[in-house]
Design a protein around this ligand. Structure first.
Ligand SMILES: NC(=O)c1ccc[n+]([C@@H]2O[C@H](COP(=O)([O-])OP(=O)(O)OC[C@H]3O[C@@H](n4cnc5c(N)ncnc54)[C@H](O)[C@@H]3O)[C@@H](O)[C@H]2O)c1
Length: 344
């Protein structure tokens, strides 16, 4: 695939944080984009920049008839499948039944792609497909490799991070089963802690910016602040997803992460420095869910197979995200717990 001009592309979940950035990019590349989203957490405002150039279909992919599925993907060439019940750690830990519906959503999308002869599907997977015992040691320099959760090798030990991660891993297996039985082409791309403009406060970086912008003092950090993450700026995620669509067909999963890890407390310090404010006191709330203790992705497969390397440093990405947040967030002088746990 060399050109996106006039290519017929669907982005499921295209009104989402990541989905809307992907839509904007595909539109600038000249693609003919259709967004399918039920707007459960996505917002039409996220699509403002591209609204006049896309087709928007409000549809629930969890409850959909076979004929409607076929019609939805008719004459489409590439599908980026991002629709999911999803949120940050607090959300996925407190909505285990809701996130389990992703397995049904994914099944419908794979089935729709096959019944309409879509050429390629790129499936938004996650670093939560990896076993948590490989991520249990703070200070570790181990980078998770795709083979650590290999959906092609069903006889090997596999594990994943809570229901959300298991669901995505099972859907990678589903995708391969559609490849084996019906020839479905494409691949899963495994995102890790994406951040950037349009993300909501259930996710770590936006939650930390929210607390700083609202001058929370004592500033509450979930856990002891030493947990480590690989943060990937949304524009890098979008670029990697498009490259994967151009270059991978055989359902091989590809990690999209920077391979660098930062402690949450250090990220908070970076945010405070950028906004030029610091709390008098931090409070560490160890009763809150923090997820794996140390997570970073090996990105050598992405480098070798799709020529992807992340372009944004954490500091650059934070500056861009904070700039957006300050122009869109209405300051209330307080932090509401519900905002950190639920989609608005
Ligand atoms: N944000 C991250 O850090 C991250 C990390 C790993 C993987 N992912 C994956 O990337 C994708 C996008 O993530 P995001 O952070 O932009 O999430 P998001 O919650 O903003 O996006 C999910 C989108 O799917 C839509 N949706 C949900 N249920 C639907 C249904 N039944 N039918 C149709 N649409 C439905 C929502 O309205 C929303 O627009 C998701 O698949 C997510 O699992 C995200």
């Amino acid at each position: 695939m060399t050109s996106w001009t006039d290519k017929h592309v669907v982005v499921t979940g295209g009104a989402s944080f990541i989905g809307s950035h992907l839509v904007d990019k595909l539109v600038t590349l000249g693609a003919d984009v259709t967004v399918v989203d039920n707007l459960s957490s996505g917002k039409k405002e996220n699509l403002e920049q591209s609204w006049d150039k896309i087709k928007f279909i409000k549809k629930d992919l969890e409850y959909i008839l076979k004929d409607d599925l076929k019609e939805l993907f008719r004459d489409q060439e590439v599908v980026f499948h991002l629709a999911a019940v999803h949120g940050g750690r607090g959300y996925i830990a407190t909505h285990p039944a809701d996130v389990s519906s992703n397995f049904a959503i994914d099944h419908h999308v794979f089935e729709g792609c096959v019944s309409s002869n879509v050429d390629k599907i790129i499936f938004a997977s996650t670093a939560c497909v990896y076993p948590t015992n490989l991520q249990a040691e703070i200070g570790s320099d181990y980078k998770l490799r795709e083979e650590d959760s290999n959906p092609f090798d069903l006889d090997k030990y596999m594990s994943a991070d809570i229901e959300y991660g298991w669901g995505k891993l099972m859907s990678e297996m589903q995708m391969i089963s559609f490849n084996k039985q019906y020839g479905l082409q494409g691949c899963p791309v495994r995102f890790v802690t994406a951040y950037g403009p349009r993300e909501n406060e259930t996710h770590a970086i936006i939650a930390l910016i929210y607390k700083a912008v609202e001058r929370m003092d004592p500033y509450v950090i979930w856990g002891d602040g030493n947990q480590e993450r690989d943060f990937t700026y949304v524009e890098d995620i979008v670029e990697g997803s498009i490259l994967a669509a151009e270059r991978v067909s055989d359902c091989t999963p590809v990690n999209l992460g920077t391979g660098k890890r930062y402690k949450i407390i250090d990220v908070v310090e970076m945010i405070c420095k950028i906004i030029n404010w610091h709390p008098a006191q931090f409070k560490f709330d160890t009763s809150k869910p923090v997820g794996a203790l140390s997570r970073a992705l090996d990105n050598s497969r992405a480098r070798d197979r799709i020529s992807w390397t992340p372009r944004f440093s954490l500091e650059e990405g934070l500056r861009k995200t904070i700039q957006w947040y300050l122009t869109t967030h209405k300051i209330e002088g307080k932090v509401t717990e519900r905002t950190l746990l639920e989609h608005s």
